[in-house]
Write a protein that binds this ligand. Structure first.
Ligand SMILES: [Zn+2]
Length: 387
């Protein structure tokens, strides 16, 4: 038995007497890991270790009892075969996760935030998939296509904004991102990389790192906004501002809201970084990318105007962590207000999603044409050749 980690939850003495209860559990499957999230009534002390033959990960939680049922988890997933539980000693709840391959467990506690309770996050990391991703990325580099990183905001534990009829921002952003990616992939000379491919959370810093690893030439981060006043509607487009150059208070508040994703979605400490600080670039290089981002943002607004209402007619600037790839043009698009019932209905509609994706695609293609990176009448890969 190898003890991998002992984490002490911050817990006042008076709380020790009361048992913690696990009220709910959720499973999110990402390409490189599976994540089990336990909702707790209070913070806990726990231990994690691995056992072999057969492979399993064991979590012993002190003074806890299970109210949620593992039977509701959609199992098996690519990593987890089954989740069992028992009481090996008085006052200890043991969760046993049967896994299909050797995984590296990574666990951490999350404090209550935006309606979410104390949570224990158990990530089971698959070592091999990281290598595969790197190989795929280097293959793409060799092809010399223009690579666009398409980033669907939020995911997994982090639903993003939620509409009055229950539509989640994470669902809309993924649907539009997939449509945009397939338009890009059909274009000769362009290729898309989806930063998030399913319903799981990707920390903000990791989104930037994935774009870099794929040698992306552009980053489009897709979101939908929300506000208490339900009549508010329309799209807006944002670029990165350097410290102190935020357009206005509203843009600053939006960036703070989007930047909080790591705390809601659950980013392990080693993945909470500020890519803008860690990457040092020459001033001219950076200014060039910021100018390009501005040009791209203007093109996107011009196209999006044809699909529906516009909230702000000019691109705004704020300090979004996800736009930290300073070396490439990067924009964050708020498609519309999901808090507006009429716009929520539109955002749910597949043909409207397709129109939004087309607008973003047209703007990106025009941008690269203007930069001389793409032939003016580039043909479709699978369509008839246009000369
Ligand atoms: Zn968002």
């Amino acid at each position: 038995m190898i003890l991998l980690s002992v984490v002490l939850g911050a817990m006042p003495l008076s709380a020790r007497a009361t048992e913690a209860s696990i009220q709910d559990m959720r499973l999110w499957t990402a390409p490189d890991h599976s994540r089990l999230v336990l909702d707790l009534t209070r913070s806990v002390k726990y231990q994690v270790f691995r056992l072999h033959d057969p492979e399993r990960v064991v979590i012993d939680i002190e003074h806890a009892r299970l109210k949620a049922s593992p039977a509701k988890l959609k199992l098996p997933d690519p990593v987890i075969q089954a989740v069992r539980y028992g009481t090996p000693a008085k006052g200890v709840l043991r969760l046993v996760i049967d896994v299909k391959e050797q995984v590296k467990p990574r666990t951490f506690l999350l404090k209550p935030m935006q309606g979410k309770p104390n949570r224990l996050v158990v990530d089971l990391l698959r070592p091999e998939t990281e290598q595969k991703a790197a190989i795929i990325a280097s293959d793409k580099r060799r092809s010399r296509d223009i690579i666009v990183a398409v980033d669907a905001g939020h995911g997994g534990e982090d639903p993003g904004a939620i509409g009055p009829r229950g539509l989640k921002e994470k669902t809309v952003t993924l649907a539009v991102a997939k449509k945009l990616a397939s338009l890009i992939d059909r274009q000769q000379g362009m290729r898309a990389v989806l930063i998030r491919k399913g319903d799981y959370f990707v920390p903000l810093g990791k989104r930037v790192r994935l774009a870099r690893a794929a040698h992306a030439d552009m980053m489009i981060s897709i979101h939908a906004d929300s506000v208490r006043i339900r009549s508010v509607k329309g799209c807006s487009v944002y670029t990165l501002s350097e410290r102190g150059a935020t357009t206005d208070k509203a843009a600053q508040a939006l960036a703070a809201k989007e930047n909080a994703a790591d705390e809601i979605g659950g980013a392990p400490l080693d993945e909470v970084d500020d890519p803008m600080v860690s990457k040092i670039l020459g001033d001219m290089f950076r200014r060039d990318a910021l100018n390009s981002s501005q040009i791209l943002a203007e093109k996107m607004l011009a196209r999006l105007k044809k699909t529906g209402p516009v909230k702000y007619g000019i691109p705004k600037r704020a300090r979004f962590v996800v736009l930290g790839a300073l070396e490439i043009p990067s924009v964050l698009v708020e498609l519309d207000y999901i808090s507006n019932p009429e716009r929520e209905r539109k955002l749910r509609d597949a043909s409207h999603q397709q129109r939004l994706a087309s607008a973003l695609f047209d703007a990106s293609r025009q941008f690269f044409e203007q930069m001389g990176r793409l032939g003016k009448q580039a043909s479709l890969k699978h369509g008839s050749t246009v000369l």
